[in-house]
Design a protein around this ligand. Structure first.
Ligand code: NDP
Length: 206
């Protein structure tokens, strides 16, 4: 059984599941690097007030190589090692066949599959043996199930299938360093992305 992580880095920490992960690991006693496009959002400010000194809001846009590199420099300067990386940031755009745009496909792939690859690569020097990398994926990425294939979340589903392959390939590459890499489907959750009809609360999903 794993010991609880001491230092956790969550991407997309401003709201939804990302903010839920931040709260969860703070309650477990960890120091949490809350990486968000805007690290000064009120949600993270409130978290910092509730858990003084243990929330480190950090700027990160997973589509910006400069921003990802800066995060690496930030960890180097603070001499911080990460026990648990949660690649959580994601977007989904509902676009029916006939209205597809290359821009939506490219942007969705950038945030949902390329971002986690580049973020993970930059953070690897700051991870030791026994660290864990979690990719937040989706049932929509299952080739076997092709869930709701008649619907409009095609770019999203494709990007999650790509993320699943990244997860498997990284797991093989990092096994010799004893770093585990897993994909987790949170279920259908009530967030801005999941919508109000979703059956799971953020707390249940976490
Ligand atoms: P939300 O839409 O509520 O939150 C998405 C988060 O991702 C926000 O913090 C957002 O930041 C961040 N984000 C978006 N683009 C970027 C970017 N370029 N760089 C950094 N951060 C970014 O989504 P959920 O909380 O519901 O989803 C979290 C993860 O769970 C996603 O990966 C999603 O695909 C996955 N998931 C969700 C399900 C659900 O039912 N909700 C089901 C299955 C999977 P900002 O505030 O700046 O926009």
């Amino acid at each position: 059984m794993r010991t609880p992580p001491q230092t956790v880095l969550v991407t997309g920490a401003s709201r939804g599941l990302g903010l839920g992960f931040v709260a969860h690991y703070l309650r477990q006693g960890a120091v949490v690097l809350a990486a968000a496009r805007d690290p000064h959002v009120p949600t993270l400010d409130q978290m910092s007030q509730r858990f003084p000194g243990r929330v480190i809001p950090t700027e990160l846009d997973v589509t910006s190589e400069r921003s990802i590199r800066d995060l690496g420099h930030f960890l180097a300067e603070r001499e911080t090692m990460v026990d648990l990386l949660i690649n959580n940031a994601g977007i989904s755009v509902d676009e029916e066949l006939g209205q597809w745009t290359a821009h939506t496909f490219a942007e969705t792939f950038h945030v949902n599959a390329i971002g986690p690859a580049v973020v993970t690569q930059v953070l690897l020097p700051y991870m030791r043996a026994d660290s864990l990398i979690v990719m937040i994926t989706s049932g929509m990425g299952s080739l076997e199930l092709a869930i709701n294939a008649e619907g409009g979340l095609d770019a999203y589903a494709m990007s999650r299938a790509a993320l699943n392959m990244l997860t498997r390939r990284l797991a093989v590459k990092l096994a010799p360093r004893q770093i585990s890499v897993i994909g987790v489907n949170p279920g259908w959750v009530r967030t801005d992305m999941g919508g109000a009809q979703a059956p799971l609360s953020v707390e249940q999903a976490i």
